[in-house]
Write a protein that binds this ligand. Structure first.
Ligand SMILES: Cc1cc2nc3c(=O)[nH]c(=O)nc-3n(C[C@H](O)[C@H](O)[C@H](O)COP(=O)(O)OP(=O)(O)OC[C@H]3O[C@@H](n4cnc5c(N)ncnc54)[C@H](O)[C@@H]3O)c2cc1C
Length: 454
């Protein structure tokens, strides 16, 4: 039995941040991580040529001050996402090249419809209180309808509908019918509105850390030190009046309090003794994650740039739904990332690996030309098949959940405190939100110490 001040469960950005901040105040901490690696839903793979691939979360944007603070702390610079050239949208097999957020090459009616709906979304987001979205004036109304229902009522143009549904539902990696409109408004508002969520330049994909996310989480882990135990899935957390006992198959940790920093979608894999309060327990049952496959294709050089293309493309319904330039700061080698989300990701995930690769390369060849068919490397990460993520990118709330159970997102349950991006009122769903949640959970447990001493 290891005896420490605090036990943190999960070594993603939320858990690592909580542990780092507690260590920096001189507390003893053990971090128990189920996987044999750090980073959780971020996963940076170093390549022999010194370049890197982010298999999970990769981008940062304005307003994400807490990840920026960590980057400053560990001396990690950032570089801008490549956005020169034209983006591409494919509708009914026809390619539309455009610049900016809205493909004005669609019919004027479709573009106007899209623009008006984006404005309306921005307006609605402003009426959602971030700390308590369930208290919004129209919370009950919005929580009764799905995103699909709302889009059907507001987007009458077919191409505009397809584009926005792909973009917004893509954020939740689920069908639009699965996600509550209140959750959409809340999550978008937590990032500053639809412009941030859907935009690349000045939006959520504005920049990347040099060296990938691993350039941040590795030095964090080094400072936390040997108290991080990998390959230790937590099976059980027992609470008693004096503390908690956290058990894996091999180790037991005795601590004053525990910080659980695992995705909501897998939080119920842990057995809690005594059982959690009903609302928290039910929240674990009601906030699933969606499906996402991220594929990185490596070429000698980013040939699409020479053709006047940014590498961004969207083709609703295609196996290579979204593409984006994912080169490192040096621009060599060329890395093009394919992101497949929601129901299509589940379908594509069922193909055998060779069929899937052929389907993806065929699509890219049609979109970017012959060179796209012959990458020198092809790296796939299917987050839906990850036991300790339960899907990706984030757990979302279906209809009725936020208004009924949202209050339980951050409320500690006795000596158990909750971190993880889903518990952050600001930048919920992003790495920055995970960091904020870790900082909040660390402060919570320290406040309890002060209260006890007082
Ligand atoms: C493909 C993809 C692309 C994304 N793109 C971006 C992006 O560009 N920018 C951005 O900001 N965000 C992005 N995200 C979201 C971002 O990665 C997450 O918001 C963030 O990493 C979540 O951090 P976390 O610490 O809350 O959870 P996690 O990273 O999921 O960490 C939780 C940890 O808990 C561990 N764990 C689970 N169960 C147990 C258990 N029983 N015992 C012990 N440990 C356990 C897990 O193994 C994991 O390491 C993306 C996500 C995905 C999947």
């Amino acid at each position: 039995m290891t005896d420490v001040d605090y036990c943190v469960i999960g070594a993603g950005f939320a858990g690592l941040t909580a542990a780092l901040r507690l260590r920096q105040t001189g507390r003893s901490v053990v971090v128990l991580e189920a996987r044999d690696r750090l980073g959780g839903r971020t996963f940076t793979e170093m390549r022999p040529d010194g370049s890197w691939i982010d298999r999970g979360g990769a981008w940062i944007g304005p307003g994400q001050d807490r990840i920026q603070a960590l980057m400053n702390e560990f001396g990690v610079p950032s570089y801008k996402q490549y956005t020169d050239g034209e983006a591409m949208m494919v509708v009914d097999g026809k390619q539309h090249r455009y610049t900016g957020t809205i493909p004005w090459t669609m019919s004027p009616w479709a573009a106007m419809n899209l623009g008006a709906v984006l404005l309306e979304l921005g307006h609605l987001c402003k009426s959602v209180p971030l700390e308590a979205p369930w208290a919004a004036k129209k919370a009950d109304k919005w929580d009764q309808v799905s995103l699909a229902h709302w889009l059907d009522g507001n987007l009458l143009s077919k191409p505009a509908h397809e584009l926005l549904e792909t973009a917004i539902a893509g954020c939740y990696t689920s069908a639009a019918s699965e996600v509550s409109m209140l959750f959409v408004l809340y999550q978008m508002a937590s990032g500053g509105g639809p412009g941030f969520v859907l935009g690349v330049k000045d939006g959520a994909q504005d920049a990347r850390p040099v060296g990938g996310m691993g350039a941040i989480y590795r030095p964090m882990a080094a400072e936390i030190g040997e108290s991080i135990r990998l390959s230790q899935p937590v099976r059980r957390i027992e609470q008693d009046p004096d503390g908690v006992t956290v058990r894996t198959d091999q180790v037991s940790v005795r601590a004053r309090r525990a910080i659980v920093a695992v995705p909501l979608a897998v939080a119920s894999q842990i057995r809690y003794e005594p059982m959690l309060p009903v609302d928290r327990s039910f929240l674990h049952q009601r906030m699933p994650s969606g499906s996402i496959i991220k594929i990185s294709l490596v070429y000698d050089e980013p040939f699409w740039r020479h053709d006047g293309l940014s590498g961004q493309s969207v083709s609703p319904g295609s196996p290579a739904t979204i593409t984006i330039d994912s080169c490192t700061d040096t621009g060599r080698p060329g890395v093009l990332c394919v992101i497949i989300e929601g129901p299509i990701a589940r379908q594509v995930g069922q193909l055998d690996a060779t069929e899937r690769k052929q389907a993806i390369l065929g699509e890219l060849g049609d979109r970017f030309g012959e060179k796209a068919r012959s990458p020198i490397d092809y790296i796939e990460q299917n987050w839906s098949a990850e036991r300790y993520s339960g899907g990706g990118m984030l757990s979302h709330a279906p209809t009725g959940v936020l208004t009924q159970f949202g209050h339980a997102l951050r409320e500690p349950c006795g000596r158990i405190h909750w971190a993880g991006t889903e518990s952050s009122a600001v930048m919920c769903g992003w790495i920055d939100g995970a960091i904020r949640s870790g900082e909040r959970a660390a402060s919570e447990v320290l406040e309890h110490e002060t209260a006890t001493v007082g």
